[in-house]
Design a binder for this molecule. Structure first.
Ligand code: CO
Length: 245
């Protein structure tokens, strides 16, 4: 999973500079496919429950599961989430980044930053013996204290030889509830945060999940393993690891 995680990280390193005005979301997905296969991996999402894309590319008010398309073009000021899953030697890793395209508007920058902070605020609590609800609660409290809402229809998840394993990891909840974490558990923690109200709707393609009110949404995710004394994030590049310190 560590190796799969570093292929995911490599996809972000490659795609981040390509998120510029004029690029289609399909072009980004095609590049991701190239990187993943060159590293000997398989794009986990492709054909997962019939999902038609290599990765998910979700622009602005699309919360998750945006299907890559040559008709969807990035514009100056957009925010774009790249959700990437890689299976390598039978093990999965899953992560998401949201990037601003061109010149960012202040509100977009703030939403993206707070979404990342939600992740780290929750994840910093992780060690054997805590309740999963402690993490969920910390994410929710951080998002709501910044005036944002937490969509209820999508959650993080356990991960391993399958993309989605138990437990489900909501981005909202109560401290002291839910399963107790143990060393060796692998989790995909993925705050999805909205500028407006939290209700979502699914387009007729059966996948694309949009905010009902059409306002911006952001997503940040990493796969991690619970260690004896804390956790190890598997899907961050060495550069990203340095930047959080
Ligand atoms: Co996930």
């Amino acid at each position: 999973m560590r190796q799969a995680g570093q292929v995911v990280a490599k996809v972000f390193t490659t795609l981040k500079p390509l998120c510029v005005p004029g690029v289609s979301t399909l072009a980004l997905a095609n590049k991701a496919d190239e990187v993943i296969r060159k590293e000997g991996g398989i794009p986990t999402f492709l054909d997962y429950q019939g999902y038609p894309g290599v990765i998910c590319v979700s622009v602005n008010d699309t919360l998750v599961h945006g299907i890559p398309s040559d008709k969807i073009i990035l514009h100056d000021g957009d925010i774009v989430s790249l959700d990437v899953g890689v299976t390598l030697n039978g093990y999965c890793a899953d992560a998401c980044r949201t990037y601003v395209v061109g010149i960012a508007k202040e509100n977009a920058k703030r939403l993206v930053k707070v979404t990342e902070e939600c992740f780290f605020t929750g994840v910093k609590l992780i060690q054997p013996g805590i309740h999963l609800g402690d993490v969920s609660h910390a994410i929710q409290a951080y998002a709501e204290s910044h005036g944002y809402s937490v969509p209820r229809d999508y959650t993080g998840h356990g991960i391993g030889t399958h993309l989605h394993e138990d437990p489900s990891i909501p981005n909202y909840g109560l401290s002291g509830t839910g399963p107790i974490l143990k060393e060796g558990m692998c989790l995909a923690i993925e705050p999805m945060i909205a500028e407006g109200r939290y209700a979502t709707r699914i387009l007729s393609d059966g996948w694309t999940a949009k905010m009902k009110d059409g306002k911006l949404s952001s997503h940040y995710e990493n796969t991690l393993v619970v260690t004896k004394t804390g956790y190890e994030i598997l899907t961050m590049s060495p550069t990203e690891q340095k930047e959080i310190k």
